[in-house]
Design a protein. Structure first.
Length: 482
């Protein structure tokens, strides 16, 4: 702590400098691989904590059910629902190659906020065209619903959520990320799938889900988030945000957690990824350079509005063909005409009738929160070792939620704490000082009073905090209260 002579800030900058999803952020500089990996471990812990997934809940084998299969000359489409959580389902279509020998690569396809969700097929974006092409190329593709879309009928709306639910991890982002993790569990266990070749791609909100999943799941080996990784837009939907998630980071840094796995950043000239070639790509490249893996990162930009159109898809086909099939040219101009089925033929629950015993709405919400409460109750200690575990767990959670991690050093925090100390008066209880602390790079202002014994030789220190501020611990004359 340094005592300085310049004036302290008059107002705490944290009162008027408020982070939000549309402000530009600058990528931090990581000089060494060790520094980045220390940060990466903290980021993964942070993401899981803010989504209510830390420590990770149990992930038993996934139960999957097929309600029907559509057959074509060179691919199949299964209508599938997975029990991702007891009584809660992840719904979608599994596209499988026909006439080819596996095991195959498998690609997760979370969708964005298209009106028809995973069933969308239009010029600006077609989930069907993408998944059919993957299957024809010799890869499995699973297109699954965001919560509240199509066959995901157990929540009242995609935009559900409130503060109480967030406290228990019951948010669209947490549910969707959990579904994605469970999809990986399921695919990795299929005999037809090569568990060493699992990938993920999606656009917009599906792009957010792509890099969130990649940050948390090392079994996702190749990724292509489309039209999403931006330094000045962090996503506008509750399925992309959770309270406190980005108060200490932003999407570019989260996207960099893919390193050193192959990552293709697809962008557009007509949305918030317009700066990818000169802002976001160089930032993430600095991390890949620490791994000496620059060849595993690439960017592509199409002249279009926000999209996952044919031009964007062509870049993605070639990327996955390069890393999963060993020949990039196998993905060039890979799309061909296909049968566009009515939406109802693709639905898992076309009549809206869910399996017997399915939890819906408030019933599901209560069951989810009760399960979280049971996990919390199980942590109550019976031994000293269990108490130590609970203390460590609670401290870690609070550090993330309150942004109050204890710094190992001033250098770790990236800035030095400055102190302004002014003697006020001597009294029968000792010497009183006015104290202001601040970090120049943050602009915060923490004011307090420092009391020392008469000889100014303290044997120890006590930090007092009160809801009423200093007045709460002072007597009627402004001195230290009883």
């Amino acid at each position: 702590m340094d005592s300085v002579t310049q004036k302290p800030p008059t107002v705490d900058a944290r009162y008027y400098t408020i982070r939000h999803g549309d402000m530009p952020y600058e990528f931090p500089r990581y000089a060494t691989l060790e520094a980045w990996e220390r940060r990466a471990a903290w980021l993964r812990e942070h993401l899981l904590t803010m989504m209510g997934l830390w420590p990770m809940p149990e992930r038993p084998p996934v139960q999957a059910y097929v309600t029907g299969t559509l057959e074509y000359d060179d691919y199949y489409v299964d209508k599938v629902y997975l029990e991702s959580w007891p009584g809660f389902y992840c719904t979608g279509n599994l596209y499988r190659p026909r006439g080819k020998q596996g095991p195959f690569p498998a690609i997760l396809n979370p969708h964005g906020h298209w009106e028809r969700g995973r069933l969308e097929h239009q010029e600006l974006g077609s989930i069907r065209a993408r998944c059919i092409t993957f299957a024809r190329m010799g890869m499995m593709a699973f297109a699954y619903d965001m919560v509240g879309y199509n066959d995901s009928l157990q929540v009242p709306t995609h935009h559900f959520g409130n503060r109480q639910g967030a406290l228990w991890g019951l948010t669209p982002l947490a549910l969707q990320t959990w579904n994605s993790l469970r999809v990986v569990d399921w695919l990795a266990g299929l005999a037809e799938v090569d568990p060493e070749r699992i990938g993920c791609t999606g656009a917009s909100g599906g792009g957010t889900q792509t890099f969130m999943l990649t940050a948390l799941e090392p079994r996702v080996r190749v990724v292509a988030p489309v039209n999403m990784i931006s330094a000045h837009f962090q996503g506008g939907c509750v399925c992309e945000n959770a309270p406190g998630l980005r108060t200490q980071t932003y999407n570019v840094e989260i996207g960099a957690l893919a390193a050193p796995r192959p990552l293709l950043m697809v962008s557009a000239t007509g949305d918030w990824t317009v700066n990818t070639p000169r802002v976001e790509y160089p930032a993430i490249l600095s991390i890949y350079a620490l791994y000496e893996a620059e060849d595993r990162l690439a960017w592509a930009q199409v002249d279009a509005p926000h999209n996952y159109n044919a031009a964007s898809r062509d870049h993605v086909y070639r990327w996955f063909a390069r890393w999963f099939l060993g020949d990039e040219e196998l993905g060039r101009n890979a799309e061909r005409d296909f049968v566009v089925e009515p939406d109802e033929r693709m639905r898992v629950f076309p009549t809206g009738q869910l399996p017997t015993g399915t939890l819906v709405g408030h019933e599901f919400g209560r069951a989810f929160i009760n399960a979280a409460q049971r996990r919390l109750d199980a942590l109550m200690p019976k031994t000293v070792q269990e108490l130590d575990h609970l203390q460590s767990l609670t401290r870690t959670r609070l550090e993330h939620v309150l942004e109050a991690r204890w710094p190992e050093s001033a250098q770790e925090r990236g800035c030095q704490v400055q102190a302004w100390i002014k003697a006020l008066k001597k009294g029968p209880h000792g010497v009183e000082y006015s104290l202001i602390l601040s970090r120049a790079e943050v602009g915060d202002r923490v004011a307090g009073t420092l009391y020392l014994p008469p000889d100014e030789s303290p044997q120890g220190w006590v930090l007092l905090a009160h809801g009423a501020g200093r007045a709460g611990v002072q007597d009627a004359f402004g001195g230290p209260g009883e």
